[in-house]
Design a protein around this ligand. Structure first.
Ligand code: MG
Length: 163
């Protein structure tokens, strides 16, 4: 039997003026952007952690420390490509990955398919394997007050060979 593993990932970044809002590698027009050492792509960071969790390789902060100057303003899609490569190197395929993005604004619907296609392409998988949902939190909490954006993912991976 081929083994299957699941992984979960969660991340939060603060919304601030003077930064671009980048989600899934897509620049989204908005008055604020996410604060962080890299491009602060919260959606991609949470996916990186979910994939690393599934394979059992720790977390993104361990692999790409924010104390490393070479990661300053780095595109998080590059982290994702590397981690996708690690999943394969460890003998697994990605079966599917499902996200929920928590943001009071802006509306994500117009960017959803572009984000899914972007993520799928950097992982070298079919875009049908990636699903990105977005929700508000009805004005409640840090998301509801527009202070930040959160993202969570669940991923399923399967071994390439029989156990
Ligand atoms: Mg992060």
């Amino acid at each position: 039997m081929k083994s299957m593993k699941i992984g979960a990932g969660y991340d939060v970044h603060r919304l601030v003026y003077g930064r671009k809002l980048i989600l899934g590698g897509v620049v989204i027009p908005f008055e604020k952007g996410l604060m962080g050492h890299s491009d602060a792509d919260v959606l991609v960071h949470a996916l990186c952690d979910a994939l690393l969790g599934a394979v059992g390789l720790g977390d993104i902060g361990h692999l790409f420390p924010d104390t490393d100057p070479q990661h300053r303003n780095a595109s998080s899609m590059k982290f994702l490509e590397k981690i996708g490569g690690l999943v394969h190197k460890h003998g697994f395929y990605i079966i599917n990955a499902d996200a929920t993005l928590f943001a009071e604004a802006p509306r994500m619907a117009p960017f959803r398919s572009k984000i899914e296609a972007n993520i799928a392409s950097s992982l070298n998988i079919d875009s049908g394997c990636i699903n990105v949902k977005a929700t508000t939190t009805e004005g409640l909490g840090f998301v509801g007050r527009g202070l930040g954006i959160a993202a969570e993912w669940i991923v399923l991976i399967q071994g390439k060979t029989e156990d």
